[in-house]
Design a protein around this ligand. Sequence first.
Ligand SMILES: N[C@@H](CCC(=O)N[C@@H](CS)C(=O)NCC(=O)O)C(=O)O
Length: 236
Amino acid sequence: MTKQPDIHLYTASTMNGWKPVIFLEEAEVEYEMTYIDFSKKEQKSDWYMKLNPNGRIPTIVDQGNNDFAVFESGAILWYLAEKYQMFLPQNQKARSQTLQWLMFQMGGIGPMMGQAMYFQRIAEPQGHRDDFAIERYVKESRRLLEVLDKQLEGKAFLVGDEFTIADIATYPWARAYYWAKVSVDGLKHLQAWFDRIDERPATQRALEKPKPVPAFFGRGDIETTLASNADRFKNN
Ligand SMILES: N[C@@H](CCC(=O)N[C@@H](CS)C(=O)NCC(=O)O)C(=O)O
């Protein structure tokens, strides 16, 4: 009989939702996945909110550790890195640097680009255009991408030559600059890092799960994604 995989992941195809999928695909470990359907508000259901008090995705349950539940995508990556001893350097300084860039993503890139996306891709199509908010979030996102660009000068990845959970957390957000309408013009180190991760088969496989959303990356049927995305936020 095959052993039940340890990790059960609850997620959807979003920038935060992809982070643990990228980790698990890159680590080549077995896992189970449940798709959380926002259109049915599954993320707010009683059973799910027992696992994730914030009612958002992603969440993991470690079935190999008495069904221990972890929410917050940064904490999930950190937990998985410690469990599998992967993508988090052992060296104390490199480890701290990895966590610094992970926090930079969680506190900066994610929230700012998320708001840039919200105001342009969700609020505006519903008739709420707010130029002040758009300018603030697009400008701040660009500034943060410039910080990343500088950090990546002369390095393959955010913390040197090693691919870490900082790269895993940052890539789906920064790579979705098209959806946030933030320019990456002139950011050549950032663009080279995109190219490097675009070529990682495991990461690209992860972006197909639970389903691909090529529009976030400027490809495919943009209009359909716009409509379904806006629909999802209608009653929020
Ligand atoms: N800080 C949280 C943010 C999670 C989050 O915002 N998830 C979004 C998708 S990217 C979500 O579940 N949205 C559905 C909702 O707000 O109801 C994390 O990193 O895990």
